[in-house]
Design a protein around this ligand. Structure first.
Ligand code: XMP
Length: 425
């Protein structure tokens, strides 16, 4: 790392990530460290130009007052404390950060994606040498950016495995193969496991059992593919900075446990490669863009691991799954055409396993309803619905009932989270 860095020491504040983001937005790299980091560890970080002590209310965590080690102040760089007074260094507020990093610490604004990519390529080459790396490439933003970065660093020594479990959206497996194998020249194993997954899921109604089957089967396929390969020493993962921060630091309670790719077991015996683990989501997207990935991959809306499996409600049937896939494709096409792509946080269709009576071609029909869901949220913990234009809803409805086989009715879900979750299962 050749860029200047500001170290944020976490004294129980919930604003650490926001401050790190703000500093990076000024073009200066920043990382968050636990309050008991030693002077030696801090000195071993490259190019630390300043330290911000970021406290919560009175630096108290779980009733206990916490502080940094006194030796830290021998670091020989400027310190600033944010949020409550200390005698050990000057105090300031969030508004003082800019002048602290540029006037006091004399940082250069040299943190950008081109530099990040250059650094990572060097680091990855040093870590991996001429060994091979395995990556489960779902086509999601994080795994796609990891793949693009590793292709740049080690070329065909990256082995990507793309598992098509039959629950991906229309055109997704084709896009992964086209972009990575054909356009980027990746070594890509395409595992067509559609029948295998759908057979396993046949007749299973319970959402949790469906999720468990999909997750466990995914690991099995991935392990089988890994076993067929010789000489793999590393496993790449799309871990990003919020995964690490949200897993809980020494002062922050865990928001959610850090999930690795498909929950792979430790006994796979690979060394981990996690080149995005210090990037925030928007930085991951910027990195993907700088590496030449297409916009619809980089700016893709969130998509759950179990995919359309949790949108084909109840026991999955192939006809309903196809209807979910087709109606979702129409919805996405219309949102894109009407400037809603990138404006609405998440939108999709789902189909319950209940039919209703209708009229089609002057005859009675007994077919599935499609439910449209479009929500906005900041952190997916709560969500509000998008107030869609009626004309657009009319148009989408017309397209779905005429173009999607087996569907005679369309509903719009008005439920916020809570009480609903974003997904139906
Ligand atoms: P819920 O339905 O819990 O969803 O309100 C919140 C967000 O998480 C996504 N989601 C998942 N993402 N694996 C994932 O990677 C999953 O199993 C999963 N389930 C839900 C959901 O799409 C929404 O964005």
């Amino acid at each position: 790392m050749k860029q200047d860095m500001i170290a944020i020491i976490d004294l129980g504040s919930e604003e650490n990530s926001a401050i790190a983001r703000q500093i990076r937005a000024y073009g200066v790299y920043s990382e968050i460290y636990a309050h008991d980091i030693t002077l030696n560890s801090l000195k071993n970080m490259p190019n630390v130009k300043g330290v911000i002590l970021n406290g919560g209310v009175n630096n108290v965590v779980d009733g206990q007052k916490i502080d940094v080690l006194d030796e830290l102040f021998e670091m020989g760089v400027p310190f600033m404390a944010i949020d409550h007074p200390t005698t050990k260094c000057p105090c300031g507020s969030v508004d003082d950060i800019k002048s602290f990093i540029f006037d006091k610490c004399k940082c250069e604004a040299n943190w950008n994606m081109e530099n990040f990519i250059q650094d990572q390529v060097e680091l990855l080459r040093k870590q991996i040498g001429d060994k091979k790396v395995l990556l489960a490439l779902s086509g999601g933003v994080d795994s796609s950016v990891v793949a693009a970065l590793l292709i740049k660093a080690i070329g065909t020594n990256l082995v990507c495995v793309h598992v098509n479990h039959g629950l991906l959206r229309k055109g997704e497996p084709e896009q992964v193969v086209r972009v990575f194998r054909e356009e980027m020249g990746a070594t890509l194993i395409y595992a067509d496991c559609v029948d295998r997954f759908l057979d396993k899921l046949a007749g299973v109604e319970d959402p949790e059992r469906k999720r468990k089957i999909i997750g466990a089967e995914f690991i099995r396929v991935f392990e089988e593919e890994a076993r067929k390969l010789d000489g793999i020493d590393f496993l790449a993962q799309g871990t990003i900075y919020p995964d690490i921060v949200e897993s809980g630091t020494k002062t922050n309670k865990a928001v959610k446990s850090h999930h690795n790719v498909g929950g792979l077991p430790d006994d796979l015996q690979f060394e981990l490669v996690e080149p995005l683990k210090y990037l925030f989501k928007d930085e991951v997207r910027a990195c993907g863009k700088a590496l030449g990935l297409p916009d619809d991959m980089v700016y893709r809306q969130p998509f759950p691991g179990p995919g359309l499996g949790v949108r084909c409600l109840g026991a999955i049937t192939r006809d309903r799954l196809e209807a979910v896939r087709e109606s979702d494709a129409i919805l996405r096409e219309e949102f894109a055409k009407n400037g809603l792509e990138g404006k609405v946080w998440q939108y999709f269709t789902c189909i319950p396993d209940t039919k209703s009576v209708g009229v089609k071609d002057n005859a009675r029909s007994y077919e599935w309803p499609v439910i449209i869901r479009a929500v906005n949220t900041i952190d997916a913990m709560t969500a509000t619905i998008e107030h869609l234009d009626w004309k657009l809803l009319d148009h989408i409805t017309k397209r779905i009932i005429t173009e999607v086989k087996g569907v005679n009715r369309v509903c719009y879900d008005l439920t916020p989270k809570p009480t609903g979750t974003i997904e139906w299962e």
